[in-house]
Design a protein around this ligand. Structure first.
Ligand code: PLP
Length: 415
């Protein structure tokens, strides 16, 4: 059996560039408040030019999300984009150009970030199952490693040739809950060291030769649109850091608060108030004058979701025993998140209005798991074009792209 490397690694994602001039009306509404990065005319023009199904991304929207967040946060908060939310090289270039750091969770992501040629100290590496080769790669790249347990610490100690500062990921006992299970909240978890195990782990870690725990990493809840909910978790983490500092003498350079900054997936959901988040973090830093280091945020969804739109045409409509199935060119091979979370992406049928009635969106795959959501939609016919918004994060990257061997959708960058 051939290794991944022999096969040339993961199949390249097709990329095309579209100039803004070739896509009339590509401007989007106020960043963070529009569920669709492109207006209807632009969506139709993109489908016409590039064919469907297709992912289209708007660079200025991605840049604006980063800049809004950067402007709202105190200088002592570093932003490390969570590559897993969308690892496309064009997007990484946008954020690198604006000064972002990067949070990686595999050797593949580390390689993508290495290709950006960033200065030392701007790459982080987390993950509950790091292989030896990945740890060595991260060290060679100068990435700051988030150790997830004793095994990581021990292996790093063996690999290091001199003093090595690492962050320790802790799985909190309380204070980080999420309504839709994505990271897992505070239940049993594969991530980090369970908080109650900390004293014994720190005692063992004090005997390591090279590794020094000089940072704390806590992330247990994703897609939080309430600044207050985020801040209350962040306050819990600062409290934990203070205890580690006082009771175990840890000299913390970094406190990584993880990602989790949420986005709306429907018109009825209010966006995260990033200014309130920034003010709250400023107050938190002031409340912890003992901590002289930097805070890290690792947002993925918040930075990449709103720049992406997925366009797919209707292939068939079938009424079956009282259910209207709208069968599209793409399904869970392109967008898996609705099936995983039970939450559909926002959808509109382009150029169609009229009375809405319930529909089940299905893909072309031979499984009844191939569903993109249930929602009221107007009457549609084969050839009609649907646009799915907010797919820039956990969209194509999270899908089952190989399943049933349909062609991969091109990914087009605009602006
Ligand atoms: C360690 C880590 N950091 C950051 C993120 C990004 O989370 P989000 O997209 O919710 O901001 C994730 C998501 O799984 C993660 O596992």
């Amino acid at each position: 059996m051939k290794s991944n490397t022999e096969r040339g690694g993961p199949p390249a994602r097709q990329t095309r560039s579209a100039s803004p001039s070739g896509t009339p009306g590509s401007a989007q509404a106020e960043p963070g408040h529009s569920l669709f990065a492109f207006d209807e005319t632009t969506c139709c023009a993109l489908a016409q030019t590039h064919g469907t199904p297709i992912f289209a991304y708007h660079r200025p929207t991605a840049a604006a999300q980063y800049q809004r967040l950067r402007a709202a946060l105190p200088d002592r908060v570093r932003i490390a984009f969570a590559v897993k939310s969308n690892p496309h090289a064009e997007l990484l270039k946008v954020f690198a150009g604006l000064g972002a750091s990067f949070d990686c969770a595999s050797g593949g992501e580390l390689s993508r970030v290495a290709a950006l040629g960033l200065p030392q100290g701007m790459t982080f590496y987390a993950g509950p199952g790091k292989r030896d080769a990945e740890l060595a790669q991260a060290l060679a790249q100068g990435a700051r490693i988030q150790a997830e347990g004793w095994e990581d610490l021990e292996r790093l100690d063996a690999l290091a040739t001199g003093p090595l500062a690492v962050n320790l990921r802790v799985h909190p006992a309380s204070g980080a809950d999420e309504s839709n299970r994505i990271i897992g909240g505070t239940g049993p978890s594969a991530f980090g060291v369970d908080e109650e195990e900390l004293p014994s782990l720190l005692e063992r870690a004090s005997r390591l030769h090279h590794v020094r725990i000089q940072g704390l990493h806590v992330f247990a809840a994703s897609n939080q649109r309430s600044a207050q909910a985020l801040l209350s978790t962040h306050a819990m983490v600062l409290g934990m850091a203070l205890r580690l500092h006082r009771e175990h003498g840890l000299d913390l350079e970094q406190i990584d608060l993880g990602g989790g900054l949420g986005v709306p997936y429907s018109e009825s959901e209010t966006p995260l108030d990033v200014e309130a988040l920034g003010q709250g973090l400023k107050a938190l830093l002031e409340a912890h004058p003992w901590f002289k280091g930097e805070l890290i945020l690792e947002p993925g969804r918040f930075m990449s979701a709103s720049c992406g739109v997925y366009l797919a045409k209707v292939v068939r409509v079938k009424e079956s025993r009282g259910t209207r199935f709208i069968i599209l060119e793409g399904g869970v091979n392109h967008l898996l998140r609705p099936l995983l979370t039970g939450e559909p992406f926002p959808v509109k049928v382009l150029g169609k209005s009229g009375a809405l009635r319930p529909a089940t969106l299905a893909g072309p795959l031979c499984t009844s798991l191939d569903r993109l959501g249930d929602m009221p939609l107007p009457e549609v016919a084969p050839g009609d074009l649907l646009a799915f918004g907010t797919v820039g994060a956990y969209g194509y990257t999270e899908a089952m792209g190989e399943f049933l061997s349909h062609p991969r959708p091109p990914e087009v960058w605009v602006g």
